[in-house]
Write a protein that binds this ligand. Structure first.
Ligand SMILES: C[S@@+](CC[C@H](N)C(=O)[O-])C[C@H]1O[C@@H](n2cnc3c(N)ncnc32)[C@H](O)[C@@H]1O
Length: 324
């Protein structure tokens, strides 16, 4: 596991504005085809997603809160994978304002860390070993094959068109023995006490979001299939670690309470919408209807009667070391 330095300050404490970085030329490989209705719905949805600028004030605050959530779950570490003491080349796919990339670059000053994002932005205080690459992760990556020690993909399920495509790119760009880590919060609510009524807003919202995403061919819950896709793609040693993320202030356990606190900060910054506003809007929901559902979900959590939690899942694997 990636170790936290003593007293190390997270890059995400920074409030300085990121500066835009120019996009280099890149090869164009279209994502796999589906039926035309699905493609049209997904195109609309992805266009709405692309309007989100990671360097807006709100998104920057959200990115920092998200980084706190994942690193708190990992007890201050940046990966669940056990990493070699020296890393040469690291790629963060869908890096946003680079919270994770800047932190790994500081902890591994010997590594060259590349942030890949279609809105390439740069933290003003990024160390010299971080570089930015403007590219579309759903098209062939403009990265040298066999070159990377570590690829990190976190919170990207809303934006990946085809996980098998992304995994094939990752396998190609990793050196033999190189590691891949995918981290996602599953879009599922669990209930310790089995008290969810069939009419509860949480399972209702969860089900609705699963139905709408299925219509677009977007997999918001890839953790379930990732082990199979990794095996199909040719990775080895696939493993998963699932961690509880309490929703609401119900846990007496100090560790879970801390997770709940940082997760609540993140949910509040997102207006309790989770990740799904663009999904509902591009499926024809008007905003008041969507807001009403979100408010009911929030009330269900805040009422305190149910011990709700979600899970953060870390999927790790490596490219076989002994291949040519
Ligand atoms: C939810 S944020 C996750 C950011 C980061 N991985 C994290 O954990 O904080 C999604 C990021 O992916 C980027 N993104 C979305 N679709 C993309 C695409 N097709 N190609 C490259 N980047 C994309 C967005 O610009 C945004 O910065």
């Amino acid at each position: 596991m990636e170790k936290k330095p003593a007293g190390g300050k997270s890059s995400c404490a920074s409030d300085r504005a990121p500066a835009p970085v120019d996009a280099p030329g890149r090869p164009s490989v279209p994502p796999p085809a589906d039926d035309p209705e699905m493609v049209e719905a997904r195109t609309q949805y992805l266009a709405l997603r692309k309007e989100i600028r990671p360097d807006s004030d709100t998104q920057q605050r959200l990115a920092r809160a998200r980084h706190r959530v994942y690193t708190t779950v990992l007890d201050g570490n940046l990966t669940c994978s056990k990493l070699p003491s020296r890393l040469k080349r690291v790629l963060d796919v869908g890096s946003g304002i680079g919270c994770w990339a800047v932190d790994i670059a500081r902890r591994h000053p010997e590594a060259q860390v590349t942030c890949l994002d279609h809105h390439a932005v740069r933290l003003a205080d990024a160390p010299a070993n971080v570089s930015f690459l403007a590219a579309d992760l759903n098209r062939a990556w403009p990265v040298a094959p066999n070159s990377l020690d570590l690829i990190h993909v976190r919170a990207m399920s809303d934006d990946v068109v085809s996980w098998p495509f992304v995994l094939a790119q990752a396998l190609k760009m990793l050196r033999p023995g190189g590691q891949l880590e995918v981290a996602e919060i599953r879009p599922r609510f669990w209930d310790f006490d089995g008290l969810f009524a069939v009419t509860d807003a949480l399972p209702e919202g969860e089900k609705m979001s699963a139905e709408l995403s299925a219509k677009m061919g977007v997999d918001l819950d890839p953790s379930v299939n990732l082990p199979m896709w990794l095996d199909d793609a040719g990775f080895e040693r696939a493993a998963q670690r699932s961690e509880i993320l309490p929703v609401g202030d119900w846990s007496k356990d100090a560790k879970l309470h801390q997770r709940a606190t940082v997760y609540r900060e993140m949910l509040e910054l997102s207006g309790w919408e989770g990740k799904s506003r663009q999904l509902f809007v591009s499926s024809g929901w008007d905003l008041p209807r969507y807001t009403a559902l979100v408010n009911r979900m929030k009330e269900s959590i805040m009422s305190g009667g149910v011990r709700v939690y979600m899970t953060a899942v870390f999927t790790t694997c490596r490219r076989p070391a002994d291949e040519q």
